[in-house]
Design a protein. Sequence first.
Lengths: 54, 158
Amino acid sequence: MNITFISEDEFHYTFDSDYGIIKVGKYSAENTTGAQTLEDAANIALHCLDNTEE
Amino acid sequence: MKQIGNFGGSSTSTAKEIITKIKTTRQTVTSSTTNVNDNHLSALLSANKTYQVELELFVSAPSSGGFKFSIASNNSLADANINHTGGLGTAGMNLGGNMVGSSSSVITITTANNSIKFAGYITTTATAPTITLQWSQATSNATGTYIEVNSFMKFTEV
């Protein structure tokens, strides 16, 4: 899957991909499984469809 | 020749408004429980009208990620009543009220390709509202929750 970084806001990194828009949550005290860096977010985005893909 | 009826240009149209929005690409949220605006399912309604509301979402989620949503309006509504079916072990739910700032509702979904259907009505006030589906994971998980292409929302003036 190819992904392209688009933007970020307070809560999410946003990527475009072969499967449409992917929003990756940022790390926080309330979201400890979120991405701590853009690189981390990119890795999550690359693999986030693995278990729910048809 | 006798004219039967009024065929002049002064008559007013009584056509009912139908607004349809459809997802043209998949959208995924992962590692997050903060609702995002759906990037397709948002519609500007007209003021002082009542609409029949219909949504169908094709949702996939990992077993621990799930799906939560709200159907939000940027302006107060005169009335609204929307119920849903679909998802595992989830009773139908009345979103009710004017939906402004409504809290999120969770639907239990653990697999791919679930259909969630919503039906109800919205009555607008003198201020035209934009109705937007907002959603995310119910529990933050690195496997994504996504709404699939061809999910749609439809508003039919009644």
